[in-house]
Design a protein around this ligand. Sequence first.
Ligand code: ADP
Ligand code: ZN
Ligand code: ZN
Length: 796
Amino acid sequence: MYAKVIVDVPTGGTDRPFDYYLPEALAENASKGMRVLVPFGQRKLTGFIVDIVSETKLEKVKSVSELLDLTPVLNNELLRLGEWLATETICFQITAFQSMIPAAMRAKAMKKLSLLSKREKLPMNVQALFGQADEVDWAQVPADARLLRDIRNEAEQGHLTMKYALKDQAKHRKVKAVVIQRYETPPATEKQKQALLFMAEQYGEGELVAIQILMKQAAISRSVVNTLIKNDYLQEKEIVIDRNPYTDAEEDGNEEKATLTSDQTDVLAKVKKNITQSQATPMLLHGVTGSGKTEIYLQAIDQLMEAGKEAIVLVPEISLTPQMVERFKKRFGANVAVLHSALSVGERFDEWKKIQEKRVQVAVGARSAVFAPFTNLGLIVIDEEHESSYKQEEYPRYHAREVALWRSRYHDCPVVLGSATPSMESYARAAKGVYELLSLPERVNQKPLPDIELVDMRLEMREGNRSVFSTSLLEKLRDRLKKGEQSVLFLNRRGFSTFVMCRNCGYVGMCPHCEISLTYHQRDGQLKCHYCGHEERLYERCPSCESAHIRYFGTGTQRVEEELQQLLPEARIIRMDNDTTRKKGAHERLLKNFGAGEADILLGTQMIAKGLDFPNITLAGILAADTLLHLPDFRAQERTFQLLTQVSGRAGRDEKAGEVVIQTYNPEHYAIQLAQSHDYLSFFKKELGQRKQAGYPPYYYLTLITFAHPNYATAMKAGEHAGRVLRSNLGEDAIVLGPTPSPIARIKDRYRCQCMVKYKDEPALTELLRELFTYFQKEIQQDQRFITIDRHPNMF
Ligand code: ADP
Ligand code: ZN
Ligand code: ZN
């Protein structure tokens, strides 16, 4: 037998499977979709078996060295999806396959292991290590090599796939447990007898029970257990249990269902109908914030679970997950797997395993959860479908929405796209009848949407207010403090970057490698480049004119917090930004504290805009609505409208009415005006007109091709070549722009230029892009990525 293997070749000169002989011992267990270790040149590399055949055209083939899995990590559906993904997004198949499995199983994790074993002078070949493991004196082994021993334990328990991959074993919860070893002679004391009897009655022979649990249940002390172990009545063992990242969330799984409103009932009926009739219908659920969309997902899933089907729920990467996850855990208990980037590599592996082994029927997660290896999908939900984080900004550059639609056709199940502010693309499809449009125009319990006040910051300035806070916002904050109600304040980080400028000569601190200003970080007094990580100390004198009048400008969350604290000394403030949420679980904890009323004001960046659902928030403030408006992005208006709507949705979700203050320098802009009047439909129409005029989605599709090289002329030459090829091969409707220097013309010492293709229907384009990709891939040297192709780019 021969295996056709897609090999993990780093620079990927080619994208076809290689034939390898399958030795008899391996052939028995091998199947499509398993990972293997194969010889490739001088090295051994990992790869995926995509087919097993009985003959090969080649005269000489090498043999597969090892199978890395006992069961396939990619089933037939995912193998096909990977092929499609590679074709559509223009990348290598190996890249697509790797992105569909947990990080712990990817080649990188394996490399880490072999590095470790080299350093510890342990056998390189993992197989050998496992063979000889008993000969290793573990006491002699340095601390971090204990990882290897843990991996061995793991393997002994049958989790064979983990042996190569798990790097954060420490997070694995180990629990001491006992099992009955001998029962005949009664133990010495009454307490001991009682404990043993309890064990025998409750657990019988051969069943392990965690010591902590035994102590609690039999009401005995640890010393009783220890004596029983010492006298060989009980045998002590260590068991490894799944790391459960959500120990705090109640997992009772019996939360009451809400009685639905009549709008909700209608929507749910339509969703259920498509589920039971196995209709691969995309549905767009347009529902204002707080209209009960999530409740509909929960009830639809509840029903399909009874029919033995499975569901994927995608939520945006940032924010919201703690509360969202809690809701799912409360409803479905342990029947939910959570896939989120805040989890450790090992935790994510455990969650993935639950899906693969059919221990759960629901997966809730960010973008990549769309690859959850379910085999009987009944529904895919994409909540906040307009979110830009559903698009992956590295290879494979896929959009989770498109992958979901592909899988829905494969499984004949519906997709629900939910949003209060649907993307222009999705709403246009719904308006054309391509998607079924469902709507929830009112909040649950008919709560009115909050009143929104627009504050013209230019007037504030003229009246002498230099503060970030307008008089009106400050007054409202004071009022909330008095009443013991809570406020959220939103600051868009991107518009408030803190750059360093010389007041004498106008010099601005720039990154020496990228065309971008450096950002001042007060915490460590460093200037940092957010693109390449370059750091330097804050200057005391201007590097250009030596003036001492050089200082940082702009306002970061930290500065705003300080100012706010000065203005309102009695306010308790929680700040949420990248700095305060870096630690694992910090995000969750801060929200919890705020929810528990431990602060009056929550001040934060993008991450607080979504999903917050606290009854006591009655005021939401947006400090500078226009910062997004001026980005060089055709979606700037759309993003502004979405953001303002979302932040507004945080206020007055419960009994008390909410109020919103939007501070802006452009109070007459339509995105801001229409957000103020909660008028999505008018915004959609107005924006659609703009898009049509400018030739952007949803009227045209876009493909962005970027070339990067240390030499400017080389990058431009490549762009010219691509431009020529595209112009001479595409139809008349296609518009090819460029090459032009990219908006950020240099990153990490590489000059960047780009071509943009605007098109409506170009069946030949995919093929053409593939040819360009292959052509330029040959020129990659030393990791200098030369060409990047982005179908349907987020921003440029
Ligand atoms: P959305 O996802 O549209 O923002 P949610 O599903 O989160 O809305 O609902 C908002 C709030 O209303 C939640 O606290 C939810 O528990 C509650 N809720 C939803 N549906 C109902 C209902 N039919 N009756 C009472 N409360 C409801
Ligand atoms: Zn200067
Ligand atoms: Zn840089």
